[in-house]
Ligand binder design. Structure first.
Ligand SMILES: Nc1ncnc2c1ncn2[C@@H]1O[C@H](COP(=O)(O)OP(=O)(O)OP(=O)(O)O)[C@@H](O)[C@H]1O
Ligand SMILES: [Mg+2]
Length: 240
């Protein structure tokens, strides 16, 4: 289980993450949603070790993550995608994924290559393997970022805003991949603003606001919760 317990992070006077707790089990897909600036990406940065918290704990299958530097956290089985993908622009798609395969998953030779290819096939961009990353469009860059996150062979993956800016059919395709990850036994935290995708992927929805957990429950419960509607969803989601 990935456990985030009473996590707090301040930037000056701003409590970006405020006594926030959530957990995700293997095989479970949880959505983490909330208004812009709620603290969602900051949670991801705290889990991966890009940022250090002011308080709280993060445990992954009984490892205390906070004692570990980012590269060692990856080895315990945690991975993430980026809200704004940042591939190595001059490397090919395959080379980009190989970097994660070598240095994230710790694989060598043929094993590293077949793992990289498997990730590209899973996200559906194996046909672009020989293209340079800088030649990809924004959707393809998001898929490459997804493949890179998978090729470190994580047990838990945090997917930050992968659907934004994509067309409806691409969103549906990515949603089905995310569901498949859950079925394959990954623990998934899916962050996004697109409620269609949230509905399609998640077993449970966590709503964050001003750094705090506002709500946790099923999608149906979330979209019918008065506070969630007021703070985030707006009346259009309210059911009479
Ligand atoms: N490195 C930083 N330094 C200072 N403030 C930061 C930093 N990172 C995030 N913040 C602030 O912390 C708050 C939470 O930001 P965060 O990026 O976690 O929100 P979010 O929920 O991911 O929002 P969005 O839905 O827009 O992606 C915001 O007010 C943001 O401006
Ligand atoms: Mg964010």
């Amino acid at each position: 289980m990935l456990e985030i317990v009473s996590l707090t992070k301040t930037f000056g006077k701003l409590r970006a993450v405020d006594n926030f707790s959530m957990e995700v089990e293997k095989g479970e897909v949880k959505a983490l949603i909330g208004p812009n600036g709620a603290g969602k990406t900051t949670v991801v940065n705290l889990v991966t070790g890009v940022l250090s918290p002011d308080g709280g704990r993060i445990r992954l299958d009984n490892h205390c993550l906070l004692k570990l530097p980012p590269h060692k956290r990856i080895k315990t089985g945690i991975s993430r995608t980026y809200q704004i993908p940042r591939p190595y622009p001059n490397l090919t798609v395959l080379e980009n994924v190989l970097v994660s395969s070598y240095f994230g998953a710790g694989l060598k030779g043929e094993e590293a290559i077949s793992n990289a290819i498997e990730s590209l096939k899973f996200v559906g961009i194996y046909n672009l393997a020989e293209k340079r990353a800088k030649e990809l469009n924004s959707e393809q860059q998001k898929l490459l970022d997804f493949a890179r996150a998978l090729s470190v062979k994580p047990k838990y993956i945090m997917i930050d805003e992968i659907g934004a800016g994509l067309g409806i059919s691409e969103q549906e395709e990515i949603a089905s991949k995310i569901r498949e990850l859950g079925r394959k036994g990954y623990g998934v935290i899916y962050i996004g603003h697109l409620m269609k995708m949230v509905k399609a992927v998640s077993d449970t929805v966590v709503v964050m606001n001003e750094g705090k957990k506002l709500f946790e429950g099923t999608y149906e419960e979330a979209v019918n919760n008065e506070e969630v509607i007021k703070i985030y969803l707006g009346e259009r989601y309210a059911k009479s």
